[in-house]
Ligand binder design. Structure first.
Ligand code: AHG
Ligand code: MN
Ligand code: MN
Ligand code: MN
Length: 324
């Protein structure tokens, strides 16, 4: 049995990053505990307010955000933070060198039905002269992430992590209150016969994506020549975890529902950290036109089109979008 902190001390020579990840898990264990209690802790349901993105916030979106914010602010190497649930970035410790961006509760529409949710995080190095209270400090491409990961709150609580040298998973052992190493150097299979997309948005997709998904649905009689299965949990953490476990392709592509918004998912809190994990596990992560982690961010809450997972399948999806 290897505990998370022991693993990190041996695996990552950046002590500040180790302290941030280790410290962040204090909040995540607290979130896991509250989720586990569910209605007994009075935390289910809506907070009766909207976040900056116009989404209805759940009570647990707000509670998780506050727990993570307080936890990170107490870690000296955290210079600032940005969250899906905070309109503006928050400056923390002036002497800190790192910025943490996070989705405190991903898939929160699933809380009230007791289905898997998660926390996603991304760690960036802060420029020495940057002001962590301003958006500009955070507008770095995904390639500049020094670490990324998620905590999945499901039947068991798991941490899946990369510090740029492979992907590792840890299971929270509630008997001792510690994450312990589960899987090392996770690899995503190159091929798959499983896709994940919210089909109810089909009419809003680009024609290229409509054609690709139509061909997936044709199975062995279509041009792709094989039968596919479909899953949609509506929790990105759960979908990506499935893909890291048995392969697959996950898509939340460009759609025309909200003009000016290229898809639903957020580049800084969902697209970039999940892309780093997927690429570190040998998969691919694209907007369908370019690598997600090369997108130059223009705002902390910016949206991005997402096509990620098994490399050969992502390449197939991209091939439908190549402009002639
Ligand atoms: P969040 O709960 O953090 O706002 O993110 C939810 C995201 C993502 O987890 C999931 O893949 C997607 O929204 C589901 O969207 P639909 O409800 O449109 O299917
Ligand atoms: Mn949300
Ligand atoms: Mn999310
Ligand atoms: Mn969220």
């Amino acid at each position: 049995m290897q505990r998370l902190r022991t693993f990190l001390d041996g695996h990552c020579d950046n002590t500040a990053v180790v302290e941030i990840i280790d410290g962040l898990m204090v909040a995540c264990k607290d979130i896991a505990y509250r989720l586990h209690l569910g209605s007994l802790a009075g935390v289910l349901g809506s907070a009766e307010q909207e976040n900056v993105q116009g989404e209805c916030q759940k009570k647990l979106d707000v509670i998780s955000n506050d727990l993570i914010k307080d936890c990170l602010a107490a870690i000296p190497s955290v210079k600032g933070l940005a969250s899906e649930e905070e309109e503006l970035p928050v400056a923390c410790n002036a002497s800190g060198e790192y910025l943490v961006l996070f989705d405190p509760l991903d898939g929160s529409s699933n809380i009230d039905v007791n289905v898997t949710v998660g926390t996603i995080f991304s760690i960036l190095k802060a420029a020495a002269d940057s002001d962590a209270a301003t958006e500009a400090a955070y507008l770095q491409s995904g390639k500049q992430q020094v670490a990324a990961g998620y905590v999945l709150y499901g039947p068991s609580t798991l941490l899946v992590l990369t510090t740029g040298d492979g992907v590792f998973s840890f299971t929270l052992d509630p008997r001792i209150g510690e994450f312990v190493l589960e899987r090392q150097n996770i690899r995503i299979s190159e091929t798959t016969q499983e896709f994940a997309i919210n089909m109810s948005n089909q009419r809003f997709w680009l024609p290229e994506m409509q054609q690709y998904v139509s061909d997936l649905l044709q199975g062995e009689e279509g041009p792709l020549g094989k039968r596919y299965n479909m899953r949609w949990i509506a929790s990105m953490v759960a979908e990506i975890h499935r893909i890291l476990t048995r392969g697959g392709i996950f898509m939340y592509p460009y759609d025309s529902r909200d003009p000016g918004k290229p898809g639903k998912l957020r580049l800084m809190y969902e697209g970039n950290p999940m892309s780093m994990l997927v690429e570190q596990a040998g998969g691919m992560a694209s907007t369908a036109f370019e690598n997600i982690m090369t997108v130059k961010p223009e705002g902390i809450h910016q949206r991005v089109s997402v096509v990620m997972g098994s490399s050969q399948e992502v390449e197939t999806a991209i091939s439908y979008h190549v402009k002639n």
